[in-house]
Ligand binder design. Sequence first.
Ligand code: ADE
Length: 224
Amino acid sequence: MPLTIDVLTLFPRMLDGFMAGSILGKGLAAGHLTVNVRDLRDWTTDKHRTADDRPFGGGAGMVMKPGPVFAAIEQLQTPGCRRIYLTPDGVPLSPALAHTLSREKHLILLSGHYEGIDQRIRDTIIDQEISIGDYVLTNGTLAAAVVIDALARFIPGVLGEEKSLTHESFTSTLLDFPQYTRPAEFRGMSVPEVLLSGNHAEIEKWRHARQMEKTRQVRPDLLK
Ligand code: ADE
């Protein structure tokens, strides 16, 4: 059964372009995965469709109310589904985590206000909290898109060529090697000779050397 993902957000329109876009859009169209973008306000009960309120104890900003979130998750959840909250204080997204998520049947991704959501949501109907990096977005909707994009690459058929996965950054612990395409000479800049040589052993060697070089320069922590 293909993976189904429900995204719960106060800003569903933020995902319009993402859903239509290139490779992921094709994966969706081909049925390799299903993504449902849900407007949290559909589970509000007052006439102003209020989804947030001022924090108890004072302080700036607004906090997402528990009512609509509980109602939405209780309606959407299925046995065994994984309910995830996107937050900068969650566990960091990694290739291993993206791979694990790609093998689930059903994910619910809850995107919150950056100021936060009522703690009772996190304490009771969230299974896992994920961060996409040490910076703070205005809300978790783009973070949900990042998680979906990262996991979709592990779903068979989503990337055109199965092969493109095996070579890429982070399936190994090295950064990627440089790529070139035609023309072999462009504005006086030529493609490295070895890539035109047809000698596959030499090409592999060259690529690995470039990966080591790049990783040492940019991410020496990955070599430890
Ligand atoms: N919401 C706001 N910032 C975020 C981040 N860095 N990761 C996940 N969710 C977020």
